[in-house]
Design a protein around this ligand. Sequence first.
Ligand code: PLP
Length: 381
Amino acid sequence: MIQPIYLDYNGTTPHDPEVVAAMRPFLETEFGNPSSSHLYGIKPKQAVEAARRQVAGLLGCAPQEVLFTSGGTESNNHAIKGMARALKAKGRHIVTSAFEHPAVLEVCQALESEGFETTRVAVDGEGMLDPAAVAQAIRPDTILISIMHANNEVGTIQPIAEIAALAKARGIAMHTDAAQSLGKIPVDVNTLGVDLLSVAGHKLYAPKGIGALYVRQGLRPEKFCHGAGQEKGWRAGTENVLEIVGLGKACEIAGRDLAANAAHFQAMRDRLHQGLVSRLADVRLNGHPERRLPNTVSLAFKDLEANRLLEEIGLAIAASAGAACHADTVTLSHVLQAMAVPVAWAKGTLRFSTGRYTTAPEIDRAVAVVVQAAEHLRQSE
Ligand SMILES: Cc1ncc(COP(=O)(O)O)c(C=O)c1O
C-alpha cells in the first residue's frame, strides 16, 4: 500500500536517522543506570550529560539549566505548577493567552482549583497577541506569564521578547512553550528573555515521550516528582537515557541545519499554499501571513467540512482538521474560536505542516488531491 503523503509534522515528526544511530547503543548494549557508581553507569551518565550540553547549546543556556522531562506536556506542567506553587506567597495570578495548547490551558484551569486566578489574553484575527494587552492583564499579584512561542495550529509566532521584557520589569516569571518553534526558527532563551522554556522531543525528530525544561539559574520551581535525587532532585526517577540521547542528538542537528531546514520547510509550504489558492476559489489563510512558522499553513476552505475533506483525501494525505462537524453541530478548535474565524470558514479548516522529508513531487501530488476533493465536495452540495 502506498503511504499517505505526510503533511502533519506539527503533530509529530519521524525519527531522524542520525538520532536513531545515536540511540542505538543505548538500546542494544549500554543498559547501565547513570546513577550507578560501577563501570556500567559511566557511559550512560556521560551520555545524559552530553545530551544536556547539546540541548543547552541549541537554547543558548547553561547545561545545568536544562531538566529532562517526558515531553512538552510535562515541561509545561512543571513550569507552571512548579512556579505558581513556589511563588504563591507573593501572589496567585497567572497571565496566559486564549489560544495556548491544552498543556498550558488545562494546567492553569487545574491551578484555579488551588486558589490561583488566570487571565487569558485574547488574540487578534490573525492569531497574534498584543504585548499591550498582556501589560493590561498584569496585576500587582501576577506571579507568572506563560505565552506560547509559536502556535501549533496556525503557526503564528508571538512577540515573546517584548512580553518577557514587560515581565522582567515587574519581577514576574516568564515561561514560553517552545514545543513548536524549536528546530523551525531560532530559539535562544536570552534573546527571548524567558525564565522557563518547554521543549518537546517528538516535534524535533526525536522520539515521543522525551522533552526538556529550561529553568533559568536561581529560579526554584516546586519539586515536580518526589523520589531520589535525579535531575537536581526536582524530577526524580531513573533517567530515560535512550531518549535523552535521542533528544540531545536531535537538538544538535536542529541547530546545525536550522537555516537549510527552515528554507526547505518554507519552500514546500509555500508551494502547497500557492498551488491550492491558484486552483481553488474561497480558500484563505488562518494566521499571520509573515509572522508564522516556516512549515505551517492553516487553510480555511469556505463552506466545506474539514472532516469530510480529510475523509476524501485521507488515503493520500495525512493532515489535520481545525474543526469537527457532527450532524448539525460544528466544534471549532479553541484556536480558531479565539481568533474569531467565521464559522463558514473555520469549519472547513485543515492544517498542513511540512518537514525535512517533504518533497516537491509530494506537494504537487497533494495539491492535485486536495483540489479534486474540494471540487468534488463542492459539486455534491
Ligand atoms: C504547542 C505545544 N505544546 C505542548 C505540546 C505537548 O507536547 P507533548 O506531546 O510532548 O506532551 C504540543 C504537542 O502537540 C504542542 O504543540
